[in-house]
Design a protein around this ligand. Structure first.
Ligand SMILES: *[C@@H]1O[C@H](CO)[C@@H](O)[C@H](O)[C@H]1NC(C)=O
Length: 130
């Protein structure tokens, strides 16, 4: 996470250009309850711009792809088509990282990770990506 401050700076540069989506760093403002994934969705409670808490969910098929057994952030990635969504969970050691078992293109399911902080943001209390 050495790039965190750089990423925050870049995000800040785009605050007044909302059409340019910089989608990342959801986890910093979504920790009041323990986030979790279920059925291909990410569930969290996130802070709004006015400081209240908002329960929110995001369909991760809009944010994550499976490339031959390797998860990655990608718009409309539809990863649940080739991953076992029931196997997905947030990593205990880094809750912004999702782990799933995904098909690797030759009939095997392999474990893979993706850092959701790279593609998901807290948009005024609503989880979003892309
Ligand atoms: C998929 O995983 C299996 C078992 O680990 C391996 O034998 C195979 O080479 C992998 N295929 C690809 C395309 O990585």
């Amino acid at each position: 996470m050495q790039l965190t401050h750089f990423q925050l700076l870049v995000a800040g540069l785009f605050v007044f250009a909302p059409s340019v989506a910089v989608a990342q760093n959801w986890y910093d403002t979504c920790q009041s309850t323990l986030p979790y994934v279920s059925g291909g969705y990410l569930y969290a409670t996130c802070t709004t711009d006015s400081g209240t808490e908002s329960s929110t969910a995001l369909n991760l098929d809009a944010c994550v792809a499976n490339y031959g057994g390797q998860l990655a952030c990608a718009a409309d990635g539809d990863f649940t088509a080739s991953c076992d969504s029931a196997s997905c969970e947030l990593a205990a050691e880094d809750i912004s990282v999702m782990e799933c078992y995904c098909e690797n293109g030759s009939g095997s399911e392999v474990a893979s990770l993706v850092d959701l902080d790279s593609c998901i943001s807290n948009d005024n209390g609503i989880l979003s990506c892309y």
